[in-house]
Design a protein around this ligand. Structure first.
Ligand code: KG4
Ligand code: ZN
Length: 351
């Protein structure tokens, strides 16, 4: 349930997310109603570099964190005294960025004498699907496709996700960002490529689909990204001048690249569904906002009679509302000690 209701016995979590380049805070009640969700994006600051610069990100989080938390509380029409717990994303992400959110969360938890709950960013991305559904959606296959991750999970329950496939090189979002850079399109690359692809022909270039037929559930996007680079700049060692990068060419390359990524993601999801026998698929993370991917998944899942749960657009890219998974930890009595640290690289493997 996403609509705002205010039951008399309402308990509230303030959730904080600062794992990458978005400073975010949200107020969520125990029924998973999102009372406010504030996101301050740093995309513009990183755009000239074509990707996130960690040092710039952590400095911007320091500037944004208190105003963003303040705004989340104000928008929910609440005060700090109304809060029952503080949730914070502690893993995975950029160490300096995570630390800013965690420090703010610890301070509030200590000051207000309310529990602290640690949230895994990737699990939260998938939980956005559960929130939107308004009911339990597990067991399911979960695909998280973002700037830092391309992972497939066997989601046994809302809090028990086993990693069963991942990228061996770039993440899908990273491939979008790097490809956009090659095409002189602005950062973040995903939305730019999607926009450029609208006028393009997805069959104009037959880019490779690395590992699409491999028996595992792993991905590889690096070869695809390189194929685009060679198409734009020419192959190294060959003395050929590539054709001029016209708008038409950018549109065709974007559409063909997007089609290749979509094929790779859809194929491995199908494989995971077949292997596990599950009939539900949930998808989260920034790349899940891609319209071509959403359309293809809807088509395929309808034909295979698979129940599809895609995170709502506003909860695909990083936000704090998805940290509502903290209510599951709360129900299980899983609170974090005040000396908890961040875990930058950790992707939990559970069985
Ligand atoms: O989940 P997210 O906000 O941050 C991470 O956890 O990494 O994902 C950001 C990534 C970026 O790489 C961005 O290019 C990609 O998501 N993205 C998209 C779209 N919107 C954002 N990729 C493809 N199509 C989109 N519409
Ligand atoms: Zn993310």
């Amino acid at each position: 349930m996403m609509e705002e209701t205010k039951p008399a016995n309402q308990q509230l979590i303030l959730a904080i997310e600062s794992s990458c380049d978005e400073t975010a805070a949200a107020i969520i009640d125990q029924e998973l109603n999102v009372l406010s969700s504030v996101v301050a994006s740093q995309a513009e600051m990183h755009s000239i570099y074509g990707g996130v610069v960690p040092e710039i990100a952590s400095r911007a989080h320091v500037q944004q964190i208190i105003p963003v938390i303040d705004q989340a509380i104000k928008q929910a029409d609440k005060t700090l005294d109304d809060l029952s717990a503080i949730a914070v994303v502690t893993e995975p992400g950029l160490v300096g960025s995570l630390l800013v959110g965690l420090t703010a969360a610890k301070s509030l938890s200590l000051m207000l004498d309310i529990p602290l709950i640690a949230v895994n960013h990737i699990e939260a991305h998938l939980y956005a699907c559960r929130m939107a559904a308004g009911r339990d959606i597990f067991p399911a296959i979960g695909l998280v496709v973002s700037g830092g991750h391309s992972n497939i999970y066997d989601c046994k329950s809302a809090v028990n996700y086993e990693l069963i496939g991942s990228t061996i090189d770039d993440a899908a979002g990273e491939a979008f960002d790097k490809t956009a850079h090659v095409l002189n399109l602005p950062y973040p690359g995903g939305p730019s490529i999607q926009k450029a692809a609208r006028d393009g022909n997805p069959k104009a270039f037959s880019f490779p689909r690395p590992m699409i037929h491999s028996p595992d559930l792993d991905f590889s996007f690096s070869g695809l990204k390189t194929a685009v680079l060679y198409e734009v700049k020419g192959k190294p060692g060959k003395n050929e001048t590539p054709p001029e990068l016209t708008d038409k060419r950018v549109a065709d390359i974007s559409a063909s690249f997007q089609a290749a990524v979509t094929d790779l993601l859809v194929k491995k999801c199908q494989k995971a569904l077949k292997q596990t026998g599950y009939t539900r698929l949930c998808i989260g993370g920034g790349v899940a906002a891609n319209q071509s991917l959403r359309d293809r998944l809807k088509e395929i899942c309808a034909s295979l009679k698979i129940e599809l749960f895609i995170a709502p657009m506003e909860y695909c890219t990083d936000n704090a509302a998805m940290a509502a998974i903290a209510w599951e930890h709360h129900a299980n009595g899983q609170f974090a000690p005040l000396d908890i640290d961040v875990n930058p690289g950790l992707v939990r493997r559970r069985s």
